[in-house]
Write a protein that binds this ligand. Structure first.
Ligand code: BTN
Length: 335
């Protein structure tokens, strides 16, 4: 498992802000108030994260290049300075599910902002009890621990905010404009690029935590995803024709999500603004859909998103509101 530490982050901060100048190791020792050995260990560990740091005997250290590994936790935390989310970030090679690790951390009272990443999930989970295939191969599997100060009635908005944050990040970084299938799948030409699962623990009047899991196909080919068993998948590498930096994507999502949740928590009208942004990007609206709930299957036309994020559907002439369901667009080609 790779993670940042206060010493590593402080070293990185010093070296990056001094670059291209060299920082004498004595200066690092004095300003960080740690031993020379702790500095050396920190530098070695940053190098293990593939961050380029040159050392010149008797002179000191110099930052030379950003990491080649796109999920370096120290680099990510450094670039998320000032963002309430992404501290700490832990990355594992292989786990059953990042959701389970983040939920256990939530139960152990870890504060909001923790992010668990994995290169592979052996038992990745999707919505409605489905499997989320999570082979090694450059995709993003992330779970974020949130403790939003909102009413439990508004939890669905956090879920929608995560989809919106992912959609907006891909558009602003790469001009890839996906649509949102309610509640928060990202579709590109009707094919699934990203799925989001939010799991929560709350009481009648208080949300204890929300763990939002994001599975985004980034650098794995569609052929490999399909042969791993994914149904009608899509991958960013196919859309862009080149590899993308997962850290950059994650950073964009975390910043936007933090902003949106901050708005929900503090601003009157925040809910309305979020729902409006969501509606503009939601390809479910106006569509003929099949709705799967715990109590069965309905067919109807999706008409609106309510102020608390539920889906309003015209089912044989009467309006029904679904707050938790799975939706299938009957004519997927229109997405
Ligand atoms: C869905 O579309 O059904 C939701 C998929 C969510 C997948 C992510 S990958 C990271 C996190 N860990 C999991 O086990 N699931 C979520």
């Amino acid at each position: 498992m790779l993670k940042a530490s206060p010493t590593k982050l402080a070293i990185l901060e010093k070296l990056v802000s001094a670059a291209p100048e060299m920082v004498p190791s004595g200066e690092l020792v004095a300003s960080l108030k740690v031993t020379r050995q702790a500095i050396w260990k920190g530098i070695e560990s940053l190098r293990e994260e593939t961050i380029g740091i040159e050392s010149v005997p008797n002179r000191g250290y110099r930052f030379s290049s950003p990491p080649t590994f796109d999920l370096s936790p120290s680099w990510l935390e450094h670039s998320l300075k000032g963002c309430p989310f992404g501290h700490p970030i832990l990355i594992f090679d292989s786990v059953d599910s990042t959701q389970e690790i983040a939920k256990e951390a939530a139960r152990q009272n870890m504060p909001a902002g923790l992010v668990i990443l994995a290169e592979q999930q052996r038992a990745g989970r999707g919505r409605m009890g489905r499997i989320w295939l999570s082979p090694t191969g450059g995709n993003l599997y992330a779970s974020i621990l949130l403790r939003p100060r909102i009413s439990p009635m508004q939890i669905q908005l956090v879920n929608l905010a995560a989809g919106l944050a992912a959609q907006m990040t891909l558009e602003s970084l790469f001009r890839v404009r996906c649509s949102l299938k309610w509640p928060n799948d990202l579709l590109w030409k009707g094919r699934k690029l990203c799925g989001i699962l939010s799991e929560t623990a709350s009481e009648t009047d208080r949300v204890h935590y929300v763990v939002t899991g994001i599975g985004l196909n980034v650098n794995m080919s569609v052929a490999d995803l399909a042969s791993a068993g994914a149904e009608n998948p899509c991958s960013l590498i196919e859309i862009r024709g080149e590899k993308s930096d997962r850290g950059e994507i994650l950073g964009g999502i975390l910043r936007r999500l933090a902003e949106m949740i901050g708005t929900l928590e503090t601003e009157t009208g925040g809910m309305q603004r979020l729902v409006n942004l969501y509606r503009q990007r939601c390809s479910t609206l106006g569509k003929e859909i099949r709705i799967l709930t715990d109590s069965g299957i309905d067919y109807g036309i999706a008409e609106n998103i309510t102020p608390d994020g539920a889906l309003e559907v015209n089912v044989r002439g009467s309006l029904r509101v679904y707050s938790a369901a799975d939706v299938i667009h009957v004519r997927a080609s229109q997405d």
